[in-house]
Design a protein around this ligand. Structure first.
Ligand code: HPA
Length: 273
């Protein structure tokens, strides 16, 4: 089966289950951020395991559900738990979910993630609104995975993260007194955290934050013409800057502290998107 056929099959399965609910905004929740989703009306939860052809997440802190519902006047879709390259998924399969989103009618995607910070101004607990990215994973889910139905083969990435949405998120975060700033996300494959030498190199390259996800979803969504923005929560100072060893337990403990703030932020920004 081609990916287009799989996307069509999954989308019609979802349409049946949701009675053709048309999501306009999609949110992907990162590590430990699954509980930050605002309370949706007429909520429909579809566990990934019940969706034929969908991937399964394998990482602690990533539940696996697609959630559909209304928040105020907006139709929302949530991907609660994402897929990472380091889990061993075929890189092309990571394009599946954003392509399904596009087919369901999503026009705006907000990706969220836990990240390490390379920028001294972005300390743990701060929000980095992604302004641009560097693909240091050196792979791409769109290679050998093309169909004209998904969009142009060669697409523009000069404003991958929508400037208006970045402004809205920063303004609303400030109103909520959340420490925040824009920043460049550099993506690594993981699963290991970085070495101090890598972090020094990334700083030289112009990165502010580092993480193991996000960009593959962003690339796929941009090809489909979806507007994108990103909320990256700093859970730790990056390797060599942090005084203590890094761990996934620390990431999850820090995101637990952020959960409530992120929920408030989402409630305030979704109505403005
Ligand atoms: N590096 C990569 N990914 C991360 C980090 C980090 O320091 N913290 C949370 N996710």
């Amino acid at each position: 089966m081609t990916q287009l056929e799989t996307v069509k099959k999954i989308s019609s399965f979802i349409n049946k289950k949701t009675k053709n609910f048309k999501p306009e905004i999609a949110i992907i929740t990162g590590s430990g951020l699954a509980n930050s989703v605002p309370d949706l009306q007429n909520k429909i939860v579809l566990p990934y395991k019940d969706i034929p052809g969908f991937l399964q997440s394998t990482v602690a802190g990533h539940s696996g559900n697609l959630i559909f519902g209304k928040y105020k006047n907006k139709n929302i879709m949530v991907m609660q738990g994402r897929f990472h390259y380091y889990e061993g998924h075929n890189i092309k399969d990571i394009a599946l979910a954003p392509r399904v989103m596009a087919r369901l009618g999503v026009k705006t995607l907000l990706v969220s993630a836990a990240v390490g910070s390379i920028n001294a101004n972005l300390t743990p607990g701060a929000l980095c609104v992604i302004s641009d990215h560097i693909n240091f994973m050196c792979t791409n889910p769109l290679i050998g995975n093309y169909d004209a139905a998904f969009g142009p083969m060669f697409f523009d990435m000069s404003e991958a993260y929508d400037k208006e949405l970045v402004k809205i998120i920063l303004a609303e975060a400030k109103k909520l007194k959340i420490k925040c700033g824009p920043g460049v996300y550099i993506a690594v494959t993981g699963p290991n955290f970085e070495t101090p030498a890598e972090i020094r190199a990334f700083k030289t390259l112009g990165a502010d934050i580092v993480g193991m996800s996000v960009i593959h979803e962003v690339l796929t969504a941009r090809q489909c013409g979806i507007k994108v923005c990103g909320a990256a929560w700093v859970t730790n100072l990056a390797s060599g800057i942090s005084k203590t060893p890094l761990s996934h337990a620390e990431t999850l403990a820090e995101t637990k502290k952020i959960e409530g703030k992120f929920k408030n932020l989402l409630e305030n920004i979704l109505v403005k998107f």
